[in-house]
Ligand binder design. Structure first.
Ligand code: 5GP
Ligand code: MG
Length: 178
């Protein structure tokens, strides 16, 4: 397994920083300043930290809460089910919720999260992801805001992991171990 310093760059720290400033503006145009952010752990913690500070700079004051979801049933992709490892501590009822995740691939995680938020009677729910892989969707869901659309490669860094390694990379890189 390569060390962190051997991972080739897909999006540099500077490119990510610039994109997040623009994403924050796009979000501010569509959502009220008192939105509630639901950040899906663990992969999105770095993205969350940067996005909320970009939102602050343009005058938003969100609440932020976290939820840990995981998918089980490794045998086949389509058999995967999502469960809650750690739930929110805040109520989402009547709130305008922005669900935040690191990457949208099959869509199962975000579909589960969005269903949960609407079952709990949120006023609205939107989705923002740092990355999306097109052509990998297994359920009909799309993100309202997307940082980057990436090739079908396994990426790490900027919070995204492989076996909990590489989260510390300040950039998004490609892990080629196959
Ligand atoms: P989905 O439920 O959309 O299939 O998967 C979303 C989750 O799969 C993400 O939150 C992330 O944890 C994981 N994932 C999907 N693609 C990648 C990838 O290229 N790299 C990493 N590190 N995680 C990924
Ligand atoms: Mg994840």
């Amino acid at each position: 397994m390569p060390t962190s310093r051997e991972i080739p760059v897909l999006y540099s720290a500077e490119e990510i920083e610039e994109r997040i400033i623009t994403l924050a503006r796009e979000i501010a145009l569509k959502l009220p300043p008192d939105l509630m952010i639901v950040s899906l752990l663990k992969g999105s913690f770095v993205f969350t930290a940067d996005l909320i500070r970009a939102l602050y700079k343009i005058g938003l004051h969100p609440q932020v809460d976290f939820m840990t979801l995981s998918s089980y049933g490794a045998s086949t992709e389509s058999a995967k089910t999502v469960t809650i490892n750690r739930d929110l501590t805040e109520e989402v009822k009547d709130r305008h919720v922005l669900i935040l995740d690191d990457i949208l691939e099959s869509g199962r995680t975000l579909q589960f999260a969005r269903n949960l938020i609407s079952q709990r009677n949120a006023a609205s729910s939107r989705i923002v992801v740092l990355l999306e892989k097109p052509g990998k969707r297994e359920v009909p869901i799309s993100a309202d805001f997307v940082g980057f659309t990436i090739p079908d490669k396994f990426v790490v860094g900027y919070g995204l992991d492989y076996a909990n390694y590489y989260r510390e990379l300040p950039y998004v890189g490609i892990l080629d171990i196959h």
